[in-house]
Ligand binder design. Structure first.
Ligand SMILES: *Cc1c(COP(=O)(O)O)cnc(C)c1O
Length: 483
């Protein structure tokens, strides 16, 4: 059963106070003399009356009910749950940034415009592309924007193409963005090395193909090493290459999307460039494009003239704005601060460390866990829990058991071409000690299959919520607490 923490409203006691205000030393006046009546409350807000320690304890206790990256290791494959330096949160919260109004004049927001401009230049350097829009608020929205731009590009050439090619390992957001934009998907198979099957790709290319959407490195954590050939083939039929760049953590400073033949890529600032994410918080999914796509960028862009920055709406072929004002500005500040502090050498070291950590962790697990596409692992790898399933334990049980050891479970049952998939991404922020401890835990769970498989099937035991009936949770969604 769920151990219930009282709501803050239930802790309220009449007259209890958390903060004392000084005596009024200015003349008192009615609010209605400065704010129209229609905007004033008829009934006072029912705020809880609690002491300051009660408030602090309440939220501290809530914060540890669920897992987060500040509690322990969070190896969620594909999601890059790395540690985010707190200094970047502090910088983005500085009053000059946090207190800016989006309708302020360009002249009074030169610092913010400069940050947007400089971040764009940094991402141009990293991707090798021509321009970058920082408006999209997530990877998925970036994909949607990128595909809309692809569509406008084809329309500008009076072409009506129908399909976008995706590999079977594609992240779920890829087909969703394609269909949302009015295209249909054409799926290409994976070869025995876990990469795009070139023969199948050739068979699926024709003048109806608008482009290809490819994750690089792919969701198996592998570099698509025939990428130049793939890009050439797609370009030969007049299609564009879209890179799902959510896995940029494995590439920065080593290889650039533009050099691999990509025309469009999204970047998950919240994954790669230091923003705490998860739980639906604000994110940022900039889109970087090659020169031929720049006319279609969403407006506004920032432009720099005589050392001054201003908004630029001069894009007659633009797909239009896709976010209120200019996206999630505080996430842009974090990314800017992160890149500035890391510098070029720091970012290259980050990439190498992410790859080293994944390969080290994989090597510790290889003996007991089957890892089907193991040659050329970059920043993440995918276990197939088939050996464990033969002994009666599914990868779901292993994931749930990990919660009892204080870890967040890795991504499971994705990508779909690996049976009993468990996708592990350690990220660059973890120490050897953390990786050793995590590997030992997975090896211990494997051992427990022979001695106490019944407890594994019932896990987790120690979390506020025990094993859920996930089918019921899906079919009968009920988000209300009932006594
Ligand atoms: C996270 C992710 C996305 C989607 O990004 P969001 O910011 O979560 O919308 C797309 N593709 C891949 C491979 C991802 O890992």
């Amino acid at each position: 059963m769920y151990s219930k923490t009282p709501l803050i409203f239930e802790q309220s006691k009449k007259g209890q106070i958390g903060a004392s205000l000084p005596k009024l030393d200015v003349p008192e006046f009615a609010l209605s003399s400065v704010i129209p009546d229609s905007l004033l409350r008829a009934i006072p807000a029912e705020l809880p009356e609690v002491s300051e320690p009660e408030v602090v304890r309440h939220y501290t206790n809530l914060s540890v009910k669920n897992h987060h990256v500040d509690r322990d290791f969070y190896p969620l494959g594909s999601c890059t749950m790395k540690y985010n330096p707190k200094i970047n949160d502090v910088i983005s919260g500085l009053p000059g940034f946090a207190g800016l109004h989006p309708l302020q004049s360009d002249e009074s927001a030169q610092g913010a415009l400069k940050i947007i401009w400089e971040l764009e230049q940094m991402l141009i350097n990293i991707t090798g592309m021509e321009r970058v829009t920082l408006q999209p608020s997530a990877g998925a929205q970036g994909e949607f924007v990128g595909i809309l731009m692809m569509k406008k590009y084809h329309e500008s050439k009076n072409e009506d193409r129908k399909y976008i090619i995706i590999p079977e390992t594609a992240h779920g957001t890829n087909p969703a963005s394609i269909v949302f934009s009015g295209y249909l998907t054409r799926q290409v198979a994976t070869d025995e090395r876990g990469r795009v099957d070139i023969y199948d790709l050739k068979a699926k290319l024709d003048s109806d193909v608008a482009g290809m959407m490819l994750t690089q490195p792919n969701t198996l954590g592998l570099f698509e090493d025939r990428i130049e050939e793939i890009s050439t083939l797609v370009h030969e039929v007049g299609g564009l290459m879209y890179m799902d760049g959510a896995n940029l953590n494995a590439l920065i400073g080593i290889v650039r999307p533009a050099d691999m033949g990509f025309d469009i890529t999204h970047i998950n600032l919240h994954k790669t460039f230091s923003t705490p994410h998860g739980g639906g918080g604000p994110g940022s999914g900039p889109i970087a494009v090659a020169e031929e796509l720049t006319p279609f960028l969403p407006t506004p862009m920032v432009k720099k003239e005589d050392e001054k920055y201003c908004w630029d709406y001069e894009y007659p072929q633009s797909i239009g704005p896709i976010h209120g004002f200019y996206g999630n500005f505080s996430i842009l500040v974090r990314a800017w601060a992160f890149i500035k502090t890391m510098g070029e050498s720091g970012l290259i070291a980050m990439t190498k460390q992410a790859v080293l950590n994944a390969n080290y962790l994989k090597s510790l697990l290889e003996e007991k866990y089957h890892i089907p596409f193991s040659e050329g692992t970059l920043h993440e790898f995918v276990i197939s829990g088939t050996k464990q399933k033969e002994r009666g334990i599914r990868v779901l049980d292993i994931a749930k058991s990990l919660l009892d050891y204080g870890y967040h479970a890795p991504t499971i049952y994705f990508p779909i071409n690996v049976p009993e998939a468990m996708m592990i991404e350690p990220t660059e922020s973890e120490t050897k000690q953390t990786l050793d401890n995590f590997a030992n835990t997975l090896l211990e769970i494997d051992k427990r299959i022979d001695t106490e498989s019944d407890t594994l099937i019932e896990a987790p035991e120690k979390t506020p919520v025990k094993r859920l009936d996930e089918t019921k949770a899906n079919r009968e969604l009920n988000l209300r607490w009932t006594k």
